[in-house]
Design a protein around this ligand. Sequence first.
Ligand code: NAD
Length: 269
Amino acid sequence: MTDLKVAIAGAGGRMGAANLRTVLTTPGMVLVAAFDRPGSPAIGKDAGELAGLEPMGVTLGDDPAEALALADAVLDFTAPAASVALANLAASLGKTHIIGTTGCSAEDDAAIAAAGQAGARIVKAGNFSLGINLLLGLVKKAAAELPGFDIEILEMHHNRKVDAPSGTALMLGQAAADGRKVKLADKAVTVRDGHTGPREAGSIGFATLRGGNVIGDHKVILAGPSERIELGHIADNRALFAEGAARAALWAAGQKPGLYSMADVLGLS
Ligand code: NAD
C-alpha cells in the first residue's frame, strides 16, 4: 500500500507542531504540504524545523487549495471559520478532512456535516485521545445508572485557549445528557454568577478554569446525597491528540464520504 499523503493546516500552531512531529514519525503516512493563515509568522519556514526535527524540504505556505491538491488527507486544528472553508474544499476535491478545531457553532457543524454529504471523508472530534473516548462511555453509563445525582463538569486549560467550555467538556456533557435521554441544550448551565438560586434538578453544570500551560484536565463529578463519584482524565502531552488524528486519517482512507466521530474510528460507536 502507498503511504497516505498528508497536509497540515495551522502548522504554525501548538497542535500544528504536534501534528507535524507525528506525521513525520508515523509509518504509512508522508507529509506533502503544510500551511497556516496568510500573515502567520510561520509562513516560509521549513516544516521539519517547526516540528523541532531536521529540515525536510516542505515549506509552510498559506494556500489551502494548493496544499490539498497534493494531499489525500488534511489534519486541521485551527479555527471554526477556517475548518468550515476547508471542509467545503475537501468536499469539492473528495479528500479526507480530520477536524480537531473546537468552538464551532451549530451553523458551523451543519456546514461541516453538509460537506460530508457532498464528498469529503470527515472525522471531527472535540478530543482525539483514546482515554477521553473511553471516558465518554463511562460517563453515559454513570449518568443513566444514577438518575438522582447532580452532574458537574470541571475543565482546566492553558491561558491561551480561546473557547469555553472546552470541546471535550461539551462532549462529556453530551455523553451525560445521552445517558439521561435529555437534550444537553435544555440542561446545560455554563455560567453561574451572582444570586443564582438553588441548583435546578437534572441540570448539567460546567466550570471553566484557565491558567499556565495545562494541556487539558477534565473531571465529571456525579454528586449524590451522601457520596460523590469523580471520573477524570489528564492529558500530559499534545502528541496524544496528534496520534489520534493520524489514526483517524489512516482509518478514514478506507471509508465512504461522510461525517464520522472518533468513536467510529475506535469501533466504540
Ligand atoms: P494555536 O492558536 O496554537 O494554533 C492554531 C493555528 O491555526 C495557528 O497557527 C493559526 O494561525 C492557524 N490558523 C488560524 N486560521 C487559519 C486559517 N484560516 N488557515 C490556516 N491556519 C489557520 O491553537 P492550538 O492550541 O493548536 O489549538 C487549535 C485548535 O485545536 C483549538 O480549537 C483547540 O481547542 C483545538 N484542540 C483540539 C484537540 C482535539 O483533540 N480535538 C486537542 C487540542 C486542541
